[in-house]
Design a protein around this ligand. Sequence first.
Ligand code: GUN
Length: 295
Amino acid sequence: MSEAKVIDGKAIAATVRADVAAEVKRLQASHGLTPGLAVVLVGEDPASKVYVKNKAAQTVECGMNSWEHKLPAETPEADVLALVQKLNNDPACHGILVQLPLPKHINSEKVLNSINPDKDVDGFHPVNVGRLWIGENALVPCTPTGSVILAKTVMPDLKGANAVVIGRSNIVGKPVAALLLREHCTVTIAHSRTKNIEDVVRAADLVVAAVGIPEMVKGSWIKPGAVVIDVGINRVPAENGKTKLVGDVAYEECAKVAGAITPVPGGVGPMTIACLLRNTAQAAAMQAGVKSAFA
Ligand code: GUN
């Protein structure tokens, strides 16, 4: 069996960012509109700080406005809600992202639900979840959008494909399933309680793994030639006493059987911020009543 084609998420994310930059130029030239993204970071979580820094740099690279609101960890919930209201009312700000996790004394759901759904570039607001499932123009969560873009680079026509999504979280599994349904796949959502999960996965032309269990999906579960998209990012001990990142898919085994596969790192990961920028450009166009290149 030949080795699977490796889907290069880093390169594909760069093409998404180039598309966003072109869309920003178009919105500026035709409507004098510069999309703007505000990121709210509460506290000092080191991973979140790196993430927010990368987001800001890439937002500016695409020609958009970027604002970072860094608040101390002990900021009262009411102050965070007041900041979100201020951003909701700011016409220059088209996208609002409140970085998760928030400190424990803040009710994340309450904060996320206070974001104007039209500015909800994470796509987490119940209004956007509803819009996605009923097929209306929605802001769609970034990692799911990125996963489907990657799948389509090797399987441009997903119509009628058997897709198995492993994991049923609100931020990945469920929105991926909704997007694949929109692409006319036959979608199965498998999860930790699924019986005979290996047989379920073996029927799939497309597997999207988002369970958060390191290397759970084995090579013997994969139908020869299937496309495997690995959303997992798990830090595990390495042989040298350090740690390493692995996905939810046992990469080496699965790459021997699959037709195409995403690596970890360098697969779905780089797509998330690229799709956030795409959502920001889409949100700006929608708010201006202009047709978006992305919706
Ligand atoms: N923290 C880690 N990833 C994300 C994300 O995609 N959105 C938000 N809001 N917080 C995050």
